[in-house]
Design a binder for this molecule. Sequence first.
Ligand code: WT7
Length: 631
Amino acid sequence: MQIKSFEEYEQTYALSVEQPETFWAGIADNFLWRKKWDKVLSWNFTEPNIKWFEGAKLNITENCLDRHLEEHGDDPAIIWEPNDPERDSITLTYKILHEQVCRFANVLKKNGVQKGDRICIYMPMVPELAVAVLACARIGAVHSVIFGGFSAKSIADRINDAQCKLVITADGAFRGAKQIQLKEVIDDALIGCPTVSKVVVLTHTRTPVSMLKGRDIWWEDEIKLVDTHCPAEEMDAEDMLFILYTSGSTGKPKGVVHTVGGYMVYAGYTFANVFNYKRGEVFFCTADIGWITGHSYIVYGPLSQGATTLMFEGVPTYPTPSRFWEITTKHKVNTLYTAPTAIRSLMSFGTDPVRGQDLSSLRVLGSVGEPINEEAWHWFDEEVGHGKCPIVDTWWQTETGGLMISPIAFVTPTKPGYATLPLPGVQPILVDEQGQEINGNDVSGNLCIKFPWPGMLRTLYGDHDRCRQTYFSAYPELYFTGDGCLRDADGYYRITGRVDDVINVSGHRIGTAEVENAINMHAGVVESAVVGYPHDVKGQGIYAFVIFPNHHEDAELTRKDILQTVTRVIGAIAKPDKILFVSGLPKTRSGKIMRRILRKVAEGETANLGDVSTLLDPTVVDEIIDAAKQA
Ligand code: WT7
């Protein structure tokens, strides 16, 4: 599946556009199917209705585990590096991982989980998280992993949306110097979740936890009661594999649905091809499994290819800012796949931490999650890659399941800040506001995809019409990404950022409406408006304009109170970086907030605000500008 030259890329790409079904059938042949498909693809982007490999039968865990056992059973599947570098790392071979997955799958079955049931997973970055994910897939249960930084309310909303039957969690998580009480958060969440009847709790931090009789059970006790034989459930290619919630421009998170066959083929193919992975190498993706990057490039992509995937529990700066480089040295990491925000944060500590370590094992570097600025790109290239490792700047989304526009390591000439060219099977186009295709090079527009690829979302859980509206209605017959993009004179793509009301904070998507709803829940707040602004480390920061007529005389106290409310409602990841108290918001006569103006104020670019004549009360703008200057 690996492309070896640029010429081969061009030929493969041409084939993938002219004969997509032939192309994808050829790729899918590299995987293990119990029964092959009757039809490669049927689709329309109107409803939308997308089916890949219809009629095929498989189980993704047989691809990720069983098929490697005979020849590679003793190869390391997962290397786990703990938060505390003084503790031992753990290696799970394919044999051991297979055994643990089967055992835990039997625990789920014993507790009443059946094919199609939804399971919520809220766990630290420990090997058991990967085991839990794969155990669900083994028996055909649908996992919904929730990142450990979300609040009880966010979890409850997601559990109720998916009607989850069981929750898998741990007592607590270590993250840098902090401990997070996961079970306590789950206990709070479950007060409002009538569908959950069982909670499996893993021991990790061994912080005291309440264990409710009849509902809560210990992971360690349960696995003693079952055996290690668990045949994989036979799944249809289009059966659901998982739900992953992500933010959109409206307040309610969307449950993105991925299905077994297409997702597996797409995650596996893009992993093998883009990173030029060679058997035996160590692949280190620094994401959390709570995000799509972790699903596709810590778990499913690497394991489907028999790779060794490194799972890191902690954060880049703990105990020191040389942690990533120490891990690279210790485990002889060959590929490091991380986010621009991490690079920028580590850059700020200078070159001592990185120069003190042996990075000679590195062969390929990757970036994901947000546009990478040139300064960070060059630092990554020179200080980490020593000028000899290709950087793959991979553009993709939760909804796309896998990498979409990206260089292929050792194949595509790279250019700082550019995701470069579409991968085989991906057909991007740029459109103007009217939906007209913008042809030629040296142009920019809204990024759409005009043909299906196997890893694309199939629906939003429980709300197919919202899926249609969100992605397929802005421009008829096209999938709209929500991103702005330019195509330069060489035909290379550069993603310029979201064009909707979504902001990208440290590579995490946050809906402005979600944050506004949370702020508005705070007693005394009349109204609020949230925009993104450029932030040195996070890429974008969150700027909140808040109408709060009678706030505490100590405004700083009130700000802290509001942050507390946002933490309660969404989670600490959504806390605004700046809160500005104002007496009004710039609105049009029809009552719409003019965010364009607020964005300018947040950026400090108030000299040229553009046309403000449609505002109901232009004087509020001057007041906001003054307040912002004083803040
Ligand atoms: C949004 C998707 C895909 C995994 C992580 C984020 C932005 C992602 C890049 C990149 C510029 C990027 C886009 C996209 N984004 N990768 N290489 N260059 N922007 O997944 O949370 O679904 O967010 O992240 O704006 O739409 P996500």
